[in-house]
Design a protein around this ligand. Sequence first.
Ligand SMILES: [Zn+2]
Length: 156
Amino acid sequence: MGPGPHPSNERRADVKCELPLQRGPNAGSPATGSVAGYRRHRRAAEPACSACSTANRLYEQRRLGGALSPPPQFPPQFPAAERTIAELRRQGRLEPVDAALVGAFLGLAEAVDASPWAAPLWRQYRDATEALRQAGAADGRDAVRALLAQLDDDTD
Ligand SMILES: [Zn+2]
């Protein structure tokens, strides 16, 4: 016997969400991209298409009251920043002269937490993280000074 026809993933007519909705204000339209469509996928034990997955995720976020929280790809930075500082102190890599850098770093961590979509803040925060990493290294002082000068400029 030769190989039979491949079950095709391209044939979408049997995807459950594409059948028209039976009830509600959108009756007659395909359920694709709705929570109802997502539930049909689940009932049919098939993976939900991306439109239905997105609809369901947004619905769950609203339901849990999470619609106003930052998306999960932005974990809070401030607690991590404080841990970083504590660790650098423990290793004896921070000197009194680094106080300004520490203040700027923590301030930026707080700022990116408050405005996680502000790309310029993330850039400054990343620079501050890098400068801190170099603090204590023999050639790190220049990077620290350059960063602090740049931060001073930005506040003018
Ligand atoms: Zn679907």
